[in-house]
Design a protein around this ligand. Structure first.
Ligand SMILES: [Zn+2]
Length: 175
């Protein structure tokens, strides 16, 4: 049997008392509802998250969580503020530990996942990795940026903004 055939779709939770010894393997797309913190960093619209996670017992009985995450997202370009599509991708190599003390004992290349509860939400792990993979600032290629030049269009832009946003009117009134 092909190894990839053993991957199951992601459950809402896995039980840390069993999933490592049972070598749980999960792959596929995760529900967007689980990614509130990621979504807060994105511009509105479509995004998708998929991942592949393997749970196993590693060296010295370590509870290892390994795999990869990938997401298609739209963020605001920091030059023109228009949407910019990004692919976030990262590898995961974590060891489940119960506290900071155990985390400090891990080898350099293994990151700790600190969780005292036995209920683990795979989406939490995936989201954390995606947040780490987010660039601090993202930009279109220079020639693709849609910078609005300060011109006679500026007045139009203000009135358009006013139509969309009642707070913009307040701002205008305060001037
Ligand atoms: Zn741009």
């Amino acid at each position: 049997m092909n190894d990839s055939a053993l991957f199951e779709p992601f459950p809402h939770y896995v039980d840390a008392r069993k999933v490592f010894s049972q070598k749980g393997k999960f792959a596929g797309e995760l529900s967007n509802e689980k990614f509130n913190r990621l979504q807060a960093l994105l511009v509105e619209g479509y995004f998708s998250v998929s991942a592949e996670l393997t749970f196993s017992i590693g060296d010295r009985g370590r509870k290892m969580i390994e795999g990869a995450v990938e997401a298609q997202v739209s963020v605001a370009c920091q030059r023109c503020l228009k949407p910019l599509e990004l692919t976030l991708a990262d590898d995961i190599r974590l060891a489940l530990v119960q506290d900071e003390e155990a985390a400090a004992k891990l080898d350099g290349e293994i990151e700790p996942w600190i969780e005292a509860e036995y209920r683990l939400d795979p989406a939490n792990i995936v989201e954390e990795q995606l947040l780490l993979a987010m660039p601090l600032a993202a930009y279109h290629d220079q020639n693709e940026c849609q910078i609005e030049l300060p011109s006679s269009n500026a007045d139009e832009a203000v009135s358009a903004e006013r139509d969309q946003n009642p707070f913009a009117i307040l701002k205008e009134l305060k001037k």
